[in-house]
Write a protein that binds this ligand. Sequence first.
Ligand SMILES: [Zn+2]
Length: 413
Amino acid sequence: MNIYAIIILTTLLVGYTLNIITDVLNLKALRKELPDEFTDVYDAEKYGKSQEYTRTTTKFGFMTSTFSLIVTLVFWFSGGFNYLDQIVRSWELHPIWTGLIYIGILILLRALLSLPFSIYSTFVIEERFGFNKTTPATFVLDLGKGLFLSVIIGGPLLAAVLAFFQYAGEWAWLYCWMGTVVFILFVQYIAPTWIMPLFNKFTPLEEGELRSAIENYATSVKFPLKGIFVMDGSKRSTKSNAFFTGFGKNKRIALFDTLIEKHSVRELVAVLAHEIGHYKKKHILKSMIISILHTGVMFYLLSIFLTHQGLFEAFYMDHMSVYAGLIFFGMLFTPIEMILSIFMNIFSRKNEYEADGFAAATTEQPESMVQALKNLSVDNLSNLTPHPFYVFLNYSHPPVLQRIKAIKAIAEV
Ligand SMILES: [Zn+2]
C-alpha cells in the first residue's frame, strides 16, 4: 500500500468511526423530559414521537453508511476502478467521451445502489412518521428529471473540465476555475425560472393579509422584494420550509404551502425577516466568495495530483487519465473537506444567530420569531437536544433551544 492508499483508507475509516461515535453520543443525549420552553407546543406523546424519529433516522443512517463503506472498499480493493477503465477504453472512443462515460457509469452505479435506501426512507420511514406525501409516480418522475438535468447540466461542465486538463497545459486549473464559477452563477441565476419549476409549482402569493404584511415589512427594511411565491411542498412531504432563490433581479422568496398552513402571519413575517437578514448581513455574498475561493484551491490541487503516478497506483490503475484522477483526487481531498466543513458550519451557525437577531430587531416582535422556531421544530420533529459534539461537526444551524435563548437575550436588552 502506498501513501495515497493509506491516506484515503484512513480517511474513510476515521470518517466512518467518527460518524458512529457522534451518532451514539446524540442518541444518549435524548432525554425523556420535555424542555420547559416547549410545553405549549408539545405533549409528552408527540415529543416521544420526535425522539423516535431521531432514533429511527440515526439507525438508518448507520446502515447506509456501513453499506456504502463496504461497497467502496470492495470495489476499490478488487480492482474495480481499473476493470471499468479497461472496458470503457476497449470501446476506443475519443478521450473526452471515454472520461464522460467512465465517470457517468460510476455515478449511475452509486445512484442505483442508493436507490433502495432512498425508497425505504421515503415510503417506509417518512411514511411511518406521517411526513410522506410523495406518490410512486412523483418519485419516479423526480428520478428521471434529476437524471436528465445531470446529463444536460453536469455533462457539458464535466466535458469542459476534462478537455481543459487534457489540452490546456499548465493553466488548465485556472480555466476550469473561471469556467466553473461562471457556470455555477449562470445555473443559480436560471434556477428559479427554469430548473425549480420542473420539480414544483410556484404560484404568486395571493393578495391578502399575509402578502401585505410581508410587503410592509420588506418596505420597512428597504428590501426590494420582487416575487413572493407559494411552493407546493406538500406534493412530497408535510415538512415545512422557506427559502430565497436566484440573485440580482431574479431573486425571489418561496414559502412552502405547508409552512403557510401551520403558521400565523406574524410567524411567517418573522421567518421571512430571518431570510432577509441573511441578505442584509451579506451572508449570501460571503458564502459565495468562500465557495468560489474553495473551487479555485480545489482545481489547483487537482492539477498537481493529476500527475502523481502513486495516486493511480493506489487504485491499481494500468493507465493514468484525467477522468480517473478526478475521482481519486476527490477521495484524497476528503480529509481537507471534512476539516473545511467544520469551519463552514461554525461560520454558518454564526450567520444564523445574526439573521435571527436581525429578524427580532426589525420586526420588533422577538416572540414571533421564537414561536416560529418552536412550531417549525414541531412540524419537522427536529431533535431538541442534540449532543454538542454532534452539533460542532454537523450542524449548519444552532440547535433550536440555543437560538431561542439568544433571541430572548437580545430582546431583554
Ligand atoms: Zn437562516
